[in-house]
Ligand binder design. Structure first.
Ligand SMILES: [Zn+2]
Length: 83
């Protein structure tokens, strides 16, 4: 399940600075029986964030599983248009 409260900005941070771009995809980790939403990302940082999540999985900070990207437009709700 994708939460309706999607962040308005890409989750990517560099030296404590937010990316600030509107996100285009939801990142989730698909584990054995569960799917965890990890964050949202703009198209520019997609590859970077994938690497970053892999790294967190190796450190055990988030559950192991397949990293999935889902286009935000496909999970769109009328709420999103407020932004
Ligand atoms: Zn970004």
């Amino acid at each position: 399940m994708i939460s309706l409260q999607l962040p308005k900005e890409c989750s990517f941070r560099e030296k404590n600075r937010h990316c600030g771009y509107p996100p285009s995809e939801v990142i989730s980790v698909i584990a054995e029986n569960d799917e965890y939403m990890v964050g949202v990302v703009c198209s520019k940082h997609r590859a970077f964030v994938r690497k970053y999540i892999k790294n967190l999985q190796l450190k055990g900070q988030i559950p192991p599983g397949t990293i999935g990207f889902q286009d935000i437009k496909t999970v769109n709700t009328s709420c999103m248009k407020i932004y």
